[in-house]
Design a protein around this ligand. Structure first.
Ligand code: C2O
Ligand code: CU
Length: 463
């Protein structure tokens, strides 16, 4: 039972981190921690026919050859992590979806310096929202994320209902060829379209893993799309699954999952009602395109617990401020393709081209002097972004440090709870509302990393 084993490994590592943390806390006097998060090089078995050199995070000092650990935090409680860089290139950590202080946001040259090899950086913040989030570098991301640096964050709320089991799924692809060796990380002609897909599809770094879960039980499945390109259309067969949270925030009225699109950066929390018969399987699949395939499956174990979806209370809402639409200022945000030009080289990796733009301005790369913000926002004021996707491709647009609510769209009827990432469909026009309640420079970008790195990036300055 991999989920339990992974959990036990993580707990063992956590024990070590807490022991180390105790000493530092004694010196600092106040906050516990930090948890040491070591970015490192390792070898892992991703395909059957070879060993792949990967980048991963481990807890503490010990070498770690598996996927980055699930980091567990508590809503409203301080969390401290020391990033130690044992890669051979600079890196940082961005805490995707956490509404924390700008200085902790992990964007090099904008919110913090690069963390060079052998160096470290101390993160300290208090997550205000409970739910499913994730972490990844914000430097040379096509390589660093593509080679393994994507991990899941679970922010717990003591008021959350209890489930019979929890399974965390980190979905991602790898661009590997024969012998588990990397092939070219991207093709420019794909970067200028939907992005370059991986060749090996995994959940928790495994192809089609199978998880045991209590028969007839209610299982919270936390699904995180951490791939650099792939948009999934998920569905469950062989069991009923209710959608209870999207992008970290509880849905007001949980509903049965049929098919749902989930773009890079996005999360879905399901409550899966396991089949009753011992050994019976439920399958999570990707139904995008004409050849559905299995992402992971769940095998019923033990005598049936005979549970019902109605047995669990809804998840408590997060404290996301609602925009005041009567005073909100409207800001247009246009996603477009741009004339192709050569991009400037960057310490955090440039793909060498510009194909995309926000409001007609292609991001020039992570330079010491960032370009002007898309707009300056006033702290505490409400805004409506009028986002227009003027391209024939879907773009998962992610805003750092803030959550926004989708008010309307010409392409969707279901309006999700507040989110940090909206998957804009081709030619979609959507209005999203937010309260600019977190000061600082907040990046907004497409989470198809080739799009992010070839121009589809900008930022808002909140002062
Ligand atoms: Cu998930 Cu700018 O990041
Ligand atoms: Cu995009």
């Amino acid at each position: 039972m991999l989920s339990r084993r992974t959990f036990l490994q993580a707990s063992a590592a956590l024990g070590g981190a807490f022991a180390l943390g105790a000493g530092l806390a004694a010196r600092a006097g106040t906050t516990p921690g930090p948890q040491v998060l070591t970015a490192q090089l390792a070898q892992a078995q991703i395909t059957v026919d070879g060993v792949t050199p990967v980048m991963t995070y481990g807890l503490g000092d010990a070498p770690h050859a598996a996927l980055p650990p699930v980091l567990r935090m508590r809503k409203g409680e301080a969390y401290a992590a020391r990033l130690v860089n044992r890669l051979d290139e600079p890196t940082t950590v961005h805490w995707h979806g956490l509404r924390i202080a700008n200085a902790m946001d992990g964007v090099p040259e904008m919110t913090q310096p690069y963390v060079y090899p052998g160096d470290h950086f101390d993160y300290l913040f208090t997550p205000p929202d409970a739910g499913t989030f994730w972490y990844h570098p914000h430097c040379n991301t096509l390589t660093q994320m593509g080679h393994g640096l994507t991990g899941v964050i679970v922010v717990e709320n003591p008021a959350d209902p209890n489930f019979d089991a929890e399974i965390v799924l980190n979905l991602r692809d790898w661009r590997l060829g024969a012998g588990g060796k990397y092939i070219d990380p991207f093709k420019p002609r794909h970067a200028a379209r939907g992005g370059t897909y991986g060749t090996v599809r995994t959940a928790n770094w495994q192809q089609e893993p199978v998880y045991d879960a209590p028969a007839g039980g209610l299982v919270r499945v936390r699904i995180v799309a951490t791939d650099v390109t792939r948009i999934y259309t998920i569905g469950v067969e062989g069991a009923e699954a209710k959608v209870v949270a999207l992008d970290g925030n509880p849905v007001e009225h949980p509903f049965l999952l049929d098919r749902m699109d989930i773009g890079p950066g996005q999360r879905v929390d399901l409550v899966l009602r396991m089949p009753d018969g011992e050994g019976a399987r439920a399958t999570l699949g990707n139904f995008r395109g004409s050849n559905p395939w299995t992402i992971a499956s769940f095998r019923a174990a033990g005598p049936s617990l005979k549970r019902h979806h109605r047995d669990v209370a809804p998840l408590p809402a997060n404290p996301v401020a609602e925009a005041d639409l009567s005073t909100a200022t409207r800001i247009p945000l246009e996603l477009t393709a741009t004339a192709e030009h050569k991009a400037t080289p960057s310490i955090c990796g440039s793909l060498g081209f510009t194909f995309w733009a926000l409001n007609k301005v292609p991001w020039p790369g992570d330079t010491p002097d960032p370009i002007a913000p898309i707009e300056e926002l006033k702290l505490g004021k409400s805004y409506v972004l009028e986002i227009a996707n003027r391209t024939p491709h879907a773009h998962p647009i992610h805003l750092h440090g803030l959550s926004f609510r989708i008010l309307s769209s010409n392409k969707r009827s279901f309006l999700p709870p507040p989110t940090d990432t909206i998957l804009l469909l081709p030619d979609e026009q959507a209005e999203v509302a937010l309260v600019a309640d977190n000061p600082g420079d907040w990046v907004i970008h497409c989470h198809i990393i080739e799009h992010q790195k070839t121009g589809m990036t900008g930022y808002f300055k909140i002062i």
